[in-house]
Design a protein around this ligand. Structure first.
Ligand code: DQA
Length: 141
């Protein structure tokens, strides 16, 4: 089974950006790790990151048309992008992941416009949240 891991705005700066919140691992290292974990789980994992909302919407349309499950970290778009929510609702399987515990931070991070359309949400477990999401998709496919 193919799985897309889609990371939103600013997540390309993992490793440099607020390491006390998001850790020291770079996006490249995360992507490599998730591909290997996917192989162990029998998943063909492709990891993408963009700072362009339009590009992210395009990838979600692709997942919807090809019926590819998605692990999605919508990053800041989580909190306000109705455009992303309208795209996510078209994708059959979406697991929402946040590296940090969005409920233990600023108030504006507590609300997600994506969560109503996600089959599950993982937050605050660091990069391990992506692995858990992949495991969930693998065992329930
Ligand atoms: C994030 C949390 C968001 O609030 C923030 O805007 C991000 C990353 C997370 O992974 O913890 O960019 O989605």
């Amino acid at each position: 089974m193919r799985v897309l891991v889609l990371n939103g705005v600013n997540l390309g700066r993992l490793g440099k950006r607020q390491p006390e919140v998001y850790g020291a691992t770079t996006h490249e290292q995360l992507a490599q790790r998730l591909v290997v974990i996917g192989q162990d789980l029998g998943l063909q994992v492709e990891v993408r990151q963009t700072d362009s909302e339009a590009e992210m919407v395009g990838w979600l349309h692709e997942a919807a048309d090809r019926e590819v499950p998605v692990v999605l970290n919508p990053a800041a778009w989580t909190h306000y992008s109705i455009a992303l929510a309208d795209a996510v609702v078209q994708v059959p399987r979406v697991v929402e992941v946040h590296i940090s515990n969005v409920h233990a931070r600023e108030g504006f991070r507590r609300h997600s416009v994506i969560s109503p359309y996600a089959e599950g949400v993982i937050a605050g477990l660091g990069l391990g949240g992506y692995e858990l999401a992949l495991r969930h998709l693998a065992v329930t496919s």
